[in-house]
Design a protein around this ligand. Sequence first.
Ligand code: PYC
Length: 405
Amino acid sequence: GLGAGGEWGRAFRHHTPRQAYDVVIIGGGVHGLATAHYLAENHGITNIAVLEKSYIGSGGSGRNTAILRSNYLTPEGVRFYDRSVKLYEHLAADLNFNVMFSQRGHMTLAHNDSSLRTMHWRAEVNKLQGVDSSVIDPGEIKKLVPYMDVSASTRYPILGALYHPPGGIIRHDAVVWGYARSADAHGVHIHQKTEVVGIDVTSNRVTGVRTADGRRISAPVVVNCTAGWSTLISDMVGVDMPVQTFPLQAAVTEPVKPFLDTVVVSGTLHTYVSQTDRGELVFGASVDPFASYSTRGSLDFVEGLAGHVLELMPALSKMRLLRQWAGLCDMTPDYSPIMGLTPVEGFFVDVGWGTYGFKAGPVSGEAMAACIAHGKPPEIIAAFGLDRFEEGRLVGEKGAAAVGH
Ligand code: PYC
């Protein structure tokens, strides 16, 4: 907060890296910082380094569209993301930092019979897990979003929607800063501009990491909390990940008066839109159709996006786009994450976050911290282990993960 002289204090301190830590976390996004926070807060483990090759929140945590929800398809997915929404609900108080969570409701449109059937399915699974979701008709959609064209004369008429009142949006940077500030206050060292270039393993046990500036840092526990580079980091210890990396693009308009209270998603039209507290519309789409590490926007994306958004809300035709960007998404075969232990002792993973990682930050941090502290995955992430791919226990979330997969 503001100091006596009106200057802003540092949210976290700079440290010279120690030669040894109890836990080294690779990746200074919401997952890595939340893991550090909960290790300290819930388990009293504070001799931790978070190593970030750029600046904190520079990856997926700063490039997402800040949507929170728990209206998934599988019971495992619904329980997991619901715990995250619950943690987000009191995160501002827990971190003493305003994260601006606005539970304004989340709506996923159905434009054909098969997606309407999936929405009914999701609503029933959600209700059984105690999560508020139901299918609403075009009249109810129009009441919630007056600008939406729910007429029968559109190319893909809207037949109904899955409506999920607890969903909403949050200030994603604030979540990163809040966790960083709290982790720092517990004594965690956050090292920005510190790239890991190697992980040392002796007799199938992790012993430490090497950094691009020539340091060797010893640690019995190393946690891979990266996105985009998750396979490269896991390759350093010889653990293969069934992950392919694709860019996901997003864009934001100039600010206008508030008119859109709900988050709107259309899988058929490959788009989602919400309005921030500043009045900007934030749009996203499905992942680019080819694997790449590019975080630049493309004209093809904005062209497709504009066409699809105008099919939903023709009145937006005069709005101007301000910026566009991309984030990197590590897609797994079943559209669920990979979390927990690996065949290399002391090497833990929290990866494979596809297009849905930001919303899972708090629950992932909480669960990974418990996993590290007790040496075994807690029940809430038991289904997401790497061994599920060998054992054929996939957690198929394709129908609810995001749009257009
Ligand atoms: O999973 O809600 C989601 C989402 C929104 C944008 C990308 N993924």
